[in-house]
Design a protein around this ligand. Structure first.
Ligand code: PEP
Length: 264
């Protein structure tokens, strides 16, 4: 596989900045002991906004290869938007990635498709990479429209992007019924969705952009199911919630991902 695998932990609203710092230190130690090759598998953490500066200081001071990013972003660049954080502010903190359109943001905050498109644009304009979350609910799967739905969400966001912008996108296929439920998608389900998303990018842009696009799977990933999932040809890594709160478990998943994707 030519695409660099990415293991990204979404901490959601967990860990204060002291806990976050300790976690990153411990993760770095565990992976150093395991001789983890960051040049063959990227590892990223998405803490709350309040931990970003502490993580930046630690990563820079210890020259760590762990990347980090944010869980959402404002669509505006500055001004009277109480509580918002702009893309430029995140870029200044050394963020590489920003999660956009996570199902919990779509559910608990007014993040509709238009807002999500604007977030993607804001992230790209600030020189970071959006991790766009898409995926069907149980109801859409029951109706048999799951692929149409997930691909439709990708279409809505990519419609007005240039090829250059689309090339910076990362898509996370996160079926809503699998997020935080313990019900992981089968490898076939993850592969079918990832393949359909890649096919759409191929038809909307080019072979090259489709082949380079990284598509993550997210939804109850653990060290018990990671190996089979990453064995799928169109699955390029993971967006991980619950299991990313356990440092040993996250290190195990990262090692399994690296091992599976560098075989042969
Ligand atoms: C997520 O929050 O993106 C997620 C996939 O959560 P979990 O791994 O807990 O299902």
């Amino acid at each position: 596989m030519t695409r660099m695998p990415l293991v990204a932990g979404n901490w959601k609203m967990n860990f204060d900045h002291l806990e976050a710092t300790y976690f990153v230190q411990k993760l770095a130690w565990l992976l150093r002991d395991a001789k983890f090759d960051y040049s063959r598998c990227e590892l990223a953490l998405m803490p709350t906004f309040t931990s970003l500066r502490s993580i930046q200081v630690l990563v820079e001071a210890d020259n760590l290869k762990i990347r980090y990013g944010a869980q959402t972003v404002s669509v505006t660049s500055q001004g009277a938007f109480t509580g918002d954080v702009s893309a430029d502010m995140l870029a200044q903190l050394g963020c590489t990635y920003v999660i956009v359109g996570h199902s919990e943001r779509r559910k608990y905050h007014p993040e509709d498709d238009a807002n999500i498109v604007d977030q993607v644009r804001a992230v790209l304009a600030a020189g970071m990479q959006p991790i766009l979350c898409v995926g069907e609910s149980y109801e859409e799967r029951r109706q048999g429209i799951e692929l149409e739905f997930a691909v439709g969400q990708v279409k809505d966001v990519t419609r007005d992007l240039s090829e250059e912008e689309a090339a910076k996108l990362i898509v996370a296929y996160e079926p809503v019924w699998a997020v935080g439920t313990g019900m992981v998608a089968t490898p076939d389900v993850a592969q079918d969705a990832a393949s359909a998303i890649r096919a759409h990018i191929r038809s909307a842009f080019s072979d090259r952009t489709a082949e380079d696009l990284r598509i993550l799977y997210g939804g109850s990933v653990s060290s018990k199911n990671a190996q089979e999932l990453i064995g799928q040809p169109d699955v390029d890594g993971f967006l991980i919630g619950g299991a990313a709160l356990d440092v040993e478990e996250l290190a195990r998943i990262a090692r399994l991902t690296l091992k599976a994707t560098t075989r042969g």
